[in-house]
Design a protein around this ligand. Structure first.
Ligand code: ZN
Ligand code: MN
Length: 476
């Protein structure tokens, strides 16, 4: 029996207006190559970097949200290595004095979070390789955890939790598919009770949460097999192969001193809590919104919603905010507001419409009060759920209020007793067999007759009233 020990290193691009050390625009998904570049981020000799204070402030915010300690003294260091997309021959990073030390997320301790610059992007085509430097010099945070994680599920939970927090803070879009968030896992196993950790293997090139899970499971299996056979685990860097679902050896792991870190001579050290460049931690703390895990708890308690619906709402801050606005509108209309029904329409029907049109909640024409109004009408039997779906689609197209749409589109519910009575009479006259069945005690027959009234009214008949009138007529 082996005990796995896992630590994560997570990089995320910060969402600032400009790059980390120059005034080039920070547009991570710019399609035209090499447009957001200048002599500084292209590494021309004689150019001087300038620290982007917006990026440092985001780091402070992230650190506070993750309950870390903000360092008073922090500095940048050069990390020397050559790579074709790193034109300076070194990366400006932080070594001994990161901006954030310690911290906590779910059950995992955070060791540090430091700030550095991203490299460019290489693409390989046929017989040549191309370099795009739009990404070179983007602010990049690197978070390192303690080896507190013991299985793939915990690792995924940490990474998902971090992604959510970064998005809630507006610090990063952290889209893994776009490479805005990148995960590396350090994995070792040791026999139970060994008293010390095994040899660790670093797995890179993990580009999705599924890959985080699968890469860890694969490594635990691979290393267990080696130890079972009396072999040794080699300390090395391996890459995750998404197609084959295996890790592949890339290189024998370098030590920190291979990078020849030394203080960046072109940048001044930072005093974050004292001196002229100090940050007001109280103020930054007050700008941190309610974080996802707190929101999860509150939504469960305050609205009595089920776990799955809460997950869907909280996963996206904008969606959660939209829901709360609609819920408060509904509460204003009626004391016995059906928030569950509201949440259902939002997370299934409305989200479905958004998906087919690929629009986000910020871009839709429907306003929270409109959805609240729709639910209010359904709750009060003024609108059948059958009509409501069509109505919602119309609202989605036009941005109109349901009541005015009902009039202009002829989608009003039929609740005129006299008119319903007439239609019920016609249905009874035409369906002698079902009427006889009902009188013999077959409840299905009643459902059938209600269905006939619905068909005749194109689904507009108010269901409760229809049933009441039918029963009264049949029992005469
Ligand atoms: Zn630049
Ligand atoms: Mn790094």
């Amino acid at each position: 029996m082996y005990i796995p020990t896992i630590g994560l290193e997570i990089h995320a691009e910060l969402k600032t207006k400009t790059k980390m050390f120059c005034s080039c625009k920070n547009v991570p998904d710019e399609e035209q190559p090499n447009v957001n570049v200048c002599p500084i981020c292209l590494g021309h000799p004689g150019t001087l970097p300038v620290i982007n204070r917006e990026a440092v402030k985001l780091m402070v915010k992230i650190g506070l949200a993750l309950q870390g300690t903000i360092a008073d003294y922090s500095q940048f260091d050069r990390k020397s290595y050559f790579y074709p997309d790193l034109p300076k021959g070194y990366q400006i990073s932080q070594y001994e004095h990161p901006i954030v030390e310690k911290g906590f997320l779910r059950d995992t301790r955070i060791t540090r979070i430091h700030l550095e610059e991203d490299a460019g992007r290489l693409s390989h085509a046929d017989d040549r390789s191309l370099v795009d430097f739009n990404r070179a010099g983007l602010p990049l945070m690197e978070l390192v955890t303690e080896p507190d994680i013991h299985n793939a599920e915990e690792a995924v939970s940490f990474a998902r939790g971090l992604q959510e927090i970064l998005r809630y803070l507006g610090a990063s879009d952290a889209d893994m598919e776009k490479g805005q968030m990148r995960i590396e896992a350090n994995i070792s196993i040791a026999p139970e009770g060994a008293g010390k950790l095994g040899t660790k293997v670093e797995v890179k090139n993990i580009n999705s949460f599924k890959a985080v899970h699968d890469a860890i499971e694969f490594e635990i299996g691979r290393q267990s097999k080696l130890l079972d056979e009396g072999k040794k685990v080699v300390q090395e860097t391996r890459g995750w192969d998404d197609m084959r679902n295996v890790t592949v050896s890339q290189r024998i792991k370098e030590e920190a001193n291979d990078y020849r870190y030394f203080p960046e001579p072109d940048l001044p050290p930072m005093n974050l809590l004292s001196g002229p460049d100090t940050f007001d931690l109280k103020k930054i703390k007050s700008e941190i919104p309610e974080l996802p895990d707190e929101k999860r708890n509150r939504f469960g308690v305050e609205y009595g919603l089920g776990k799955d619906i809460v997950e869907t709402l909280v996963a996206e801050k904008e969606l959660a905010d939209w829901f709360e606005e609609a819920a408060s509108e509904l509460k204003e209309k009626t004391e016995k507001s059906d928030v569950q029904l509201l949440a259902n329409y939002l997370t299934s029907d409305l989200k479905g419409l958004m998906k087919t049109r690929s629009v986000s909640i910020d871009e839709i024409k429907i306003k929270p009060e409109h959805l609240a109004h729709l639910v209010f009408l359904i709750q009060n039997g003024k609108l059948t759920s059958r009509l409501a779906k069509g109505m919602l689609a119309k609202m989605f197209e036009t941005g109109d209020d349901p009541e005015s749409l009902a009039k202009s589109e002829g989608m009003e519910t039929l609740s005129d007793e006299g008119e319903l009575q007439k239609i019920v009479g016609e249905v009874i006259a035409k369906n002698e067999k079902s009427v006889a069945d009902y009188k013999k005690g077959k409840q299905n027959a009643l459902q059938f007759l209600v269905g006939q009234v619905m068909a005749k009214t194109k689904g507009k008949a108010e269901p409760g009233l229809t049933k009441k009138i039918l029963e009264a007529e049949l029992n005469r």
